[in-house]
Structure formats: C-alpha cells, structure tokens
Ligand binder design. Structure first.
Ligand code: HEM
Ligand SMILES: *[C@@H]1O[C@H](CO)[C@@H](O)[C@H](O)[C@H]1NC(C)=O
Ligand SMILES: *[C@@H]1O[C@H](CO)[C@@H](O)[C@H](O)[C@H]1NC(C)=O
Ligand SMILES: *[C@@H]1O[C@H](CO)[C@@H](O)[C@H](O)[C@H]1NC(C)=O
Ligand SMILES: *[C@@H]1O[C@H](CO)[C@@H](O)[C@H](O)[C@H]1NC(C)=O
Ligand SMILES: *[C@@H]1O[C@H](CO)[C@@H](O)[C@H](O)[C@H]1NC(C)=O
Ligand SMILES: *[C@@H]1O[C@H](CO)[C@@H](O)[C@H](O)[C@H]1NC(C)=O
Length: 383
C-alpha cells in the first residue's frame, strides 16, 4: 500500500456524500440583492446546460510569490455569499481566487488551488473531481463550496442531491479538526472550542506552533473524541484518508513560502480557519505539494498514533474495524477511486442524455490523476 496515495485520496475524501435528508433550505430570492454584477451574471448563466469541460493545465511557474496582492484583497462576506468546511477553498473565495459567491466550476477550483496555494496539479484534479462528482451539478458544471445553493442551477432528479461541500452523508467528514460532527448539528462552521484544543496541543508539543507533532496529536484526539461521543461515527474508506491529509494541509499551505520552518503560527492559522483570510504580505509555498510530500506527512501521523479504519457500531465507545475498507482492491488509491465511483452510481443509478454524457466525462477526468499515480482499473459504470 502506497502511503502517498492515501494522501491524495484523503483530501478527495473530504467530499461529503449527500443523503436524501440533507437538503438545506433554499436561498431566499432577496439574497441575490447582495451579489455583485458578475455574480448575478453567473446566476443567469447557471441555468444553461454546460456539461463537463476539459481539465485545465498545470501551472508553469510554481515558485513562491505574493498571493495576498492588490488584485486579490480579502473582503468580508456579503449576503448570499457562503463558505463551507474547507478553510483552503474558503480563503480562495474570500480573496477572489474563486468567485466570492462560493460557487465555482471544477476548472476554477483547479486553477485557484494551484495559483493561490501551489497545490500540485494531480492532487488538485483528483480532489476536485472526487468532490464534484458527489456534490456538484453535472449539467451546469457548478459546485457550492458551502451548503446547497440556487446558484448551481436546477439539480437533477433524486437520489442526486447537488448539495455543495457541506452536505453530509454516508461518508460525511467526521472528526474534523475545527468543525463538529454532523451528528451534533452544525458540521461546517468554525468551532472555537475545537480550535482551542489545537492551541493547547500546539503549546504542549509544538513549542507554541502547529507542527507535525501537534498535527499528529490533534488528529488522534479528534478521533478519540468522536469514538467517545458520536454513536454514528464513521471513519472508514474514504473518510479516514481525508482526515489525515487534512491535518497536514495547514503545514503544507498556510506557512509562508519564504519560510523553511515546518511550523505554523497559531494566529495565522486562526486567520485562515476562522476568517478565510491570508496574513498581510502572504507568499504561497515554494514549489508544488504533490502525492509524495503528502504521503510523508501522513506516514508521520499514522506512525505516531496507529489506527485502523472502522466505525462506531451504533453506540459510543463501540469502535469496530472495517476489514473490507479496501473493497475488491489491494491499493488504497484504487479503493478510494472505486469507492467514489460506487457513490456516484448510488447518486445517479440511471443517468440519461446530457447528464450521462457529463458524468462520463467527469469520471474520465477523475481517472486521469488516478491513472498517473497508481495501478488501478478504470470503472465504466455508465457504458
Ligand atoms: C482542491 C479542492 C479542494 C476540495 C474539493 C476541498 C474540500 C474539502 C472538504 C469537503 C473538507 C471538509 C472535510 C471534513 O472535515 O469533513 C476539507 C477540509 C479541509 N481542507 Fe480542503 N479542499 C480542497 C483544497 C484544499 C486546499 C488547497 C487547502 C489548503 C490550502 C485545504 C485545506 C483543508 C483543511 C486544512 C481542511 C480540514 C479542516 C478541519 O479539519 O477543520 N483544502 N476540504
Ligand atoms: C450540516 O450542517 C448544516 C449547516 O449547519 C446543516 O444545515 C445540515 O443539516 C447538517 N447536516 C447534517 C446531516 O447534520
Ligand atoms: C463546538 O464543539 C464543542 C465540542 O465538541 C461542542 O460542545 C459545542 O457545542 C460546539 N459549539 C458549537 C457552537 O457548535
Ligand atoms: C514540534 O515542535 C516541538 C517544540 O519545538 C519539537 O520538540 C518537536 O520535535 C517538533 N516536532 C517535529 C515533528 O518536528
Ligand atoms: C525556492 O526554492 C528554490 C530551490 O528549490 C530556491 O532557489 C529559491 O530561493 C526558493 N525561493 C524562496 C522564495 O525561498
Ligand atoms: C464498489 O462496488 C463494487 C460492486 O458492488 C464492489 O465489488 C467493490 O468492492 C466496491 N468498491 C469499494 C472500494 O467499495
Ligand atoms: C472492483 O470493482 C470495481 C467496481 O467498483 C470494478 O470496476 C473493478 O473492475 C473491480 N476490480 C477487480 C480487480 O475486480
């Protein structure tokens, strides 16, 4: 099993699976009032059928550079704009690397995570399409980085949901570092109590900063807490991988690119997590963050606190391992890939016409980085 693959997947896994009950209230009509001209235009466009689009290319210049620049100022949220469970995407939206509405196309997401944070092309493509297949609108080619939004256009029929990244489901993101489990209600807002745990851990084992030792303890503590308090806790394929890679991301992306220190100032960390805000004069990382780098970090965390994928079996403190988490695969990357394909099939049991065409193209796009990294069989669920 290749740990670097775990990483990749991990973030991909971040994508919550929609369930039929997870529909959020529709945005009131008035909420459009707060939108800019561009965003209203975007809304108008969103009712057109766009379908799947080609994957944008890798960055050519991946050096460290000023990204909190004049062209990308932080701005507070206006009514109707939304953010979700991912501090990385939230920050890109609040600095205008993504539409400030919080609704974006896969190409916009892939370009923004590369340009703003130097996420490697393969990681960016894999995570984006895994998310988009679960939570995006295949017809209008738009996805919300928060809760369900009218801006993504009319959704296809159930069981498809198109709920946005905040949607919880069978693979909902339990044991997040700064967000609560869906079982307790709010699953995507910054939680001060949880952030304070990270501060305490960082003071104890990181010399006052979030470093790899702090990441390992913070990740492990959240798993223990969910085991002890959430009877519905699920931490198997694909969520376990995501959760580990997410604990590495703050070190990978939120440390200034001119620094070689593997530790994150806690005030800077809070800015990203709570306010979706880069510090003044922020430089993105120097060089891309790829599967290999991610794997090293995840390996450190797993060595510090070994664990096996599993779930609470209907009661707290009742964590049972899931020996079948790899399905019919032997490589973790392939198992993650096939899991997302399986989920896509659950959401779209019998797609037709333009929807089927778009799904097939997006499944092909999803497989591109999988094929480049691993030895996995491509699935063709909609021949
Ligand atoms: C490429 C597209 C991306 C997608 C679709 C995505 C999606 C997500 C989702 C759905 C979650 C929530 C998982 C959960 O905790 O339940 C998440 C968490 C997270 N993401 Fe992203 N993400 C992306 C890129 C990034 C980038 C570029 C960064 C950093 C710059 C980042 C940093 C994080 C962090 C630190 C968390 C963990 C938050 C916590 O546990 O409190 N993500 N992401
Ligand atoms: C996730 O959080 C959102 C926002 O608080 C909420 O609307 C939704 O119902 C939650 N999902 C679940 C399954 O609890
Ligand atoms: C934040 O998380 C803590 C610990 O899980 C929980 O007790 C509290 O209710 C959460 N706060 C909010 C506002 O959701
Ligand atoms: C984290 O920081 C603490 C305090 O400086 C240090 O003892 C520890 O070795 C660091 N962890 C890693 C993995 O570098
Ligand atoms: C980025 O790394 C390269 C070597 O890989 C180095 O020459 C360059 O000075 C670094 N840039 C910054 C801003 O640290
Ligand atoms: C996906 O579904 C297929 C067919 O039901 C099953 O054989 C396979 O094990 C599943 N893969 C994963 C990773 O769950
Ligand atoms: C595993 O299941 C998937 C369906 O999820 C299928 O496409 C693939 O061919 C299967 N792999 C093997 C080795 O049987």
């Amino acid at each position: 099993m290749r740990l670097s693959l775990i990483v990749v997947l991990a973030q991909a896994i971040a994508i919550h699976l929609p369930v039929a009950t997870a529909l959020s209230p529709r945005l009131p009509h008035e909420s459009l009032a707060g939108l800019t001209h561009e965003e209203v235009e975007e809304f108008a466009r969103s009712v057109d059928i766009i379908g799947a689009q080609p994957i944008p290319p890798p960055l050519t210049d991946t050096s460290a550079k000023l990204v909190n620049d004049r062209a990308h100022p932080w701005r507070p949220l206006l009514p109707g704009q939304q953010r979700g469970p991912c501090p990385g995407l939230n920050t890109l939206a609040s600095h205008g690397y993504l539409p400030r509405s919080g609704v974006a196309t896969p190409a916009q997401l892939i370009n923004a995570v590369q340009e703003g944070f130097n996420m490697g092309w393969g990681v960016a493509v894999l995570v984006t399409y895994a998310a988009f297949l679960m939570d995006g609108n295949q017809l209008t080619n738009l996805m919300s980085i928060g809760i369900k939004s009218l801006l993504t256009g009319p959704p296809p029929p159930a069981p498809a949901i198109v709920g946005g990244l905040s949607t919880h489901g069978t693979f909902e993101g339990d044991a997040s570092m700064t967000r609560g489990d869906a079982f307790f209600g709010d699953n995507h807002s910054f939680n001060e109590t949880l952030f304070q745990q990270i501060v305490d851990i960082s003071n104890k084992v990181g010399g006052g900063k979030y470093n790899l030792s702090a990441a390992a303890d913070a990740r492990f503590l959240r798993i223990q807490q969910s085991i002890a308090t959430n009877p519905t806790f699920v931490f198997s394929n694909p969520r376990f991988a995501t959760a580990y890679v997410e604990a590495i991301f703050p070190l990978a992306f939120f440390v200034d690119g001119r620094s070689t220190e593997q530790a994150l100032d806690l005030k800077v960390m809070r800015g990203f997590f709570q306010d979706s805000r880069m510090p003044r004069d922020f430089f993105r990382r120097n060089g891309t963050f790829d599967f290999g780098t991610a794997g090293e970090g995840v390996q450190f965390l797993m060595n510090a606190h070994p664990f096996f994928p599993g779930f609470n079996d209907g009661a707290v403190d009742n964590f049972v391992p899931d020996p079948d988490f790899l399905g019919n695969d032997t490589e973790i990357l392939c198992a993650l890939y096939h899991k997302f394909v399986n989920i896509t099939v659950e959401l779209y049991p019998n797609p037709r016409g333009a929807l089927r065409t778009a799904l097939n193209k997006n499944l092909d796009n999803f497989f591109v980085p999988v094929q480049a990294e691993g030895n996995c069989l491509q699935s063709h669920p909609f021949p």
